[in-house]
Design a protein around this ligand. Structure first.
Ligand SMILES: Nc1ncnc2c1ncn2[C@@H]1O[C@H](COP(=O)(O)OP(=O)(O)OP(=O)(O)O)[C@@H](O)[C@H]1O
Length: 437
C-alpha cells in the first residue's frame, strides 16, 4: 500500500472506512476502503461478497473495483474515486431537482440494476449514500450485502438501512427477491422530489406504520412467507390519516407519482423490474443530456432534510452462517476440485497480495476464471502474514448470464497483465498455484 498516499477520510461504514487517496505511481485519485476485520487467508478475501459481485459486474453505472490488496492481514479495496454521494448532494441541494435531473439519476441507477439483476445479483442495501455521483454520472456502490439471486433462501441475516427496507423484509419474510431493490428505488425516487425520506421510520414498527400512512392497508396475500405479520395486524388502520403521494410531492408529474406507486407496491410481485421501470412513461421524454447538478449560488435552502438513518441491527438479522457483513465472508462459492490441477510451492513470508480487477471494455471477448479451494478441501493453509497467489489461464466463454457458483468470472484483464502468468507475485511468499484444465 506504500504507493497510496491517504488524503482524507470519506466515510466510515459498517464494514470498512473509506479514504480518498493518491496513487503516487499513476497520479490517480482513488477511493481506498479498508476493511475493519482482519483477513488471514486469501480465500477469505476472494469469497467476500463485495469482491465476488464487483468482479462480475462491469458496467458504467456500477463503481469499479480496481484492485484488492491484502497487507499484514489487512484488506484494502481500491475503487475508482467518486466525488459525492446522493445523500450529500440532496443535503446540500438548495432547490428542488428538476424532473430532468431526477430522470437522469434514475435512469442511470436503473441501468446499473438491470445489469446487476441480469447477472444474478441483488444489492439489498440501496440508499442515497450508496449512490455515488461525479458530475452527472451516477454509480451504484457498496456491495457488502449483495446476494446472488440463485443463492438459497432463507436470507435471515439480512441487514439494511431501515428507511429503504421493503415490507417483506420488515415482516421477516424468509424469501425475497430483487424486488426489494425496486422498493428502495421507489423510495429514493420519491426522496429526489421531496429531498427528504418518504418513509423515515424510527423503528421497524414505525417504519411499517409510515408506509401504511402513504399506501394504506396492505394486501394481506402479499406476504405468505412473513414470520412477523403481527407487526401489520397490530396497526389500527382506522386511525391512520392517509396521505397521497401527489400531496407529498407537489412538484412531481403524474408519471413520476405513478412510477413511485408501482415501485412501492406492498406486493413484491407487482413491482416493476428495473428493465420494466425504464420503459415507464416517466422516462418517455426525448431528452437525456447532462444537467448541472449542483447550484452553489442559490440562496434558498430547503429545511426538510431528514437526519441520517442509523443502521438498525437486530438479532434476527444474523443467521447461524458466518457470512454476514460483519464477517465479510460468504460461503456461497464452493468450487469443485475436479477440474483443477494444483501446484503447491512454499516459500518464506510475504507482505502484500494484489488482485487486479478487470476492465471489460479493454478486452470484451476475453475471460479469465479462477477457482479457489478451501483449506480443508485441499489441505493448504496460508498462515497469517503469508498469502495465496493465484495464476490463471485465459479462456473464451459466452457472456455471463447466471451466477457462476464455482469460481469467479472476470470478464477481462488489464492489458499489461494478460501476458503475465501470475496476477501478482511479490517475493518472497508462500504460494499455492491453481490452473484450470
Ligand atoms: N468509490 C468511492 N468514491 C468516493 N467515496 C466513496 C467511494 N466508495 C465509498 N465512498 C464513501 O464512503 C462511504 C462508505 O462506503 P461503503 O458504503 O462502501 O462502506 P460500508 O462500510 O460498506 O458502509 P455501510 O455501512 O453503508 O454498508 C460511502 O457512503 C461514500 O460516501
Amino acid at each position: 500500500m506504500e504507493r497510496y498516499k491517504i488524503l482524507e477520510e470519506l466515510g466510515d461504514g459498517t464494514c470498512g472506512s473509506v479514504f480518498k487517496a493518491f496513487n503516487i505511481e499513476t497520479f490517480e485519485i482513488v477511493a481506498v476502503k479498508k476493511m475493519k476485520r482482519k483477513f488471514y487467508f486469501w480465500e477469505e478475501c476472494m469469497n467476500l461478497r463485495e469482491v465476488k459481485a464487483l468482479c462480475k459486474l462491469n458496467h458504467p453505472n456500477i463503481v469499479k473495483l480496481k484492485e484488492v490488496v491484502r497487507e499484514n492481514n489487512e484488506l484494502f479495496f481500491i475503487f475508482e474515486y467518486m466525488e459525492h454521494n446522493l445523500y450529500q448532494i440532496m443535503k446540500e441541494q438548495q432547490r428542488p431537482f428538476s424532473e430532468g435531473e431526477i430522470r437522469s439519476f434514475m435512469s442511470q441507477m436503473l441501468q446499473g440494476l438491470v445489469h446487476m439483476h441480469g447477472n444474478g445479483y441483488f444489492h439489498r442495501d440501496l440508499k442515497p449514500e450508496n449512490l455515488l455521483v461525479t458530475k452527472d454520472f451516477l454509480k451504484i456502490a457498496d456491495f457488502g450485502l449483495a446476494r446472488e439471486v440463485l443463492s438459497m433462501p432463507p436470507y435471515t441475516e439480512y441487514v439494511s438501512t431501515r428507511w429503504y427496507r421493503a415490507p417483506e423484509v420488515l415482516l421477516q419474510s424468509s424469501y425475497y427477491t430483487p424486488a426489494i431493490d425496486m422498493w428502495a428505488v421507489g423510495a429514493i425516487l420519491a426522496e429526489l422530489f421531496t429531498l427528504s425520506p418518504i418513509f423515515p421510520g424510527e423503528s421497524e414498527i414505525d417504519q411499517l406504520y409510515k408506509i401504511c400512512c402513504v399506501l394504506g392497508a396492505p394486501d394481506w396475500t402479499s406476504f405468505p412467507e412473513a414470520t412477523n405479520i403481527s407487526r401489520l395486524i397490530n396497526i389500527s388502520y382506522s386511525e391512520i390519516s392517509l396521505t397521497n403521494l401527489s400531496d407529498i410531492m407537489p412538484n412531481a408529474s403524474s408519471e413520476a407519482v405513478d412510477l413511485i406507486s408501482q415501485l412501492c407496491s406492498w406486493d413484491p410481485l407487482r413491482r416493476p423490474t428495473a428493465e420494466q421501470a425504464l420503459q415507464h412513461p416517466f422516462f418517455n421524454v426525448d431528452v437525456h443530456v447532462p444537467h448541472p447538478l449542483l447550484c452553489d449560488s442559490l440562496e434558498l435552502r430547503l429545511n426538510n432534510m431528514g437526519t441520517k438513518p442509523n443502521l438498525e441491527l437486530n438479532l434476527w438479522d444474523f443467521g447461524t452462517e458466518p457470512d454476514d457483513c460483519f464477517l465479510g465472508l460468504t460461503l456461497a462459492v464452493k468450487p469443485s476440485a475436479s477440474n483443477l490441477e494444483m501446484v503447491h510451492t512454499v516459500s518464506q513470508s510475504m507482505e502484500e497480495d494484489i488482485l487486479f480487477c478487470p476492465r471489460l471494455n479493454d478486452h470484451p471477448e476475453q475471460s479469465v476464471f479462477w477457482s479457489l479451494l478451501t483449506p480443508d478441501q485441499n489441505g493448504i493453509h496460508t498462515p497469517a502474514g503469508s498469502s495465496l497467489s493465484l495464476s490463471f489461464n485465459s479462456i473464451q466463454h459466452a457472456p455471463i448470464g447466471v451466477p457462476q457458483s464455482a469460481g469467479f468470472a472476470i470478464t477481462s484483464l488489464q492489458s499489461n497483465l494478460l501476458e503475465r502468468q501470475w496476477l501478482a507475485v511479490p517475493t518472497p511468499f508462500q504460494q499455492a498455484h491453481f490452473t484450470l484444465d
